[in-house]
Ligand binder design. Structure first.
Ligand code: 5GP
Length: 162
């Protein structure tokens, strides 16, 4: 697990602005945004401001347990999101990276059961991704260090049950 691609906070700001511009230029005006937690949270926040979009939802998916170490399949963590906000509406799904693409595919499939249209936006897409995202800032096949997760946590007490 050697880090090759390093995204700084400053580049993150430029990247989300450019990604939002792609979305605007495409003419897509999603009714809602859906952020995949946790990696999509900061991109979604920055893009929401750039698009002047206040309707943001979150879905909590776990897949990675370490650098390139994955669970057998992506798992939706509780609480499962309500789906009424998706019914008949267009959604923009946001994540940090489509690596294998399994996380985004599972969320897109979930959305497509309810939404009228779904599109995906990521900072990075890797060549092996099994879905082609609609909006991509940069392509790489390296392991990426994101600014929000490049420092070790101050404590190791991740709790998902509270
Ligand atoms: P996928 O399901 O596309 O394989 O990966 C989904 C999630 O795994 C991403 O949202 C991200 O949280 C994590 N992930 C995958 N590749 C990388 C990477 O290169 N660097 C980091 N920091 N996380 C990654």
């Amino acid at each position: 697990g050697e880090v090759r691609e390093i995204l700084t906070w400053e580049r993150f700001g430029e990247a989300t602005r450019e990604l939002a511009q792609q979305i605007v230029d495409s003419g897509y005006e999603p009714d809602v945004m859906l952020s995949i937690t946790r990696g999509g949270l900061l991109p979604a926040g920055a893009i929401a401001y750039a698009l002047d979009q206040k309707n943001i939802h979150i879905i909590n998916v776990e897949f990675y347990t370490g650098v390139d170490e994955r669970l057998p399949a992506p798992v939706f963590l509780p609480p499962l999101p309500a789906t009424n906000y998706l019914d008949g509406r267009s959604v923009l799904i946001i994540d940090d990276v489509a690596d294998t693409g399994e996380t985004l595919r599972s969320v897109r499939n979930f959305c497509d059961e309810h939404a009228s249209e779904s599109r995906t936006a990521v900072l990075y897409e890797k060549p092996r991704s099994l879905i082609a995202c609609d909006y991509v800032w940069k392509r790489t096949d390296e392991w990426i260090a994101f600014p929000w997760s490049s420092l070790p946590p101050l404590r190791n007490t991740t709790r998902l049950d509270n």
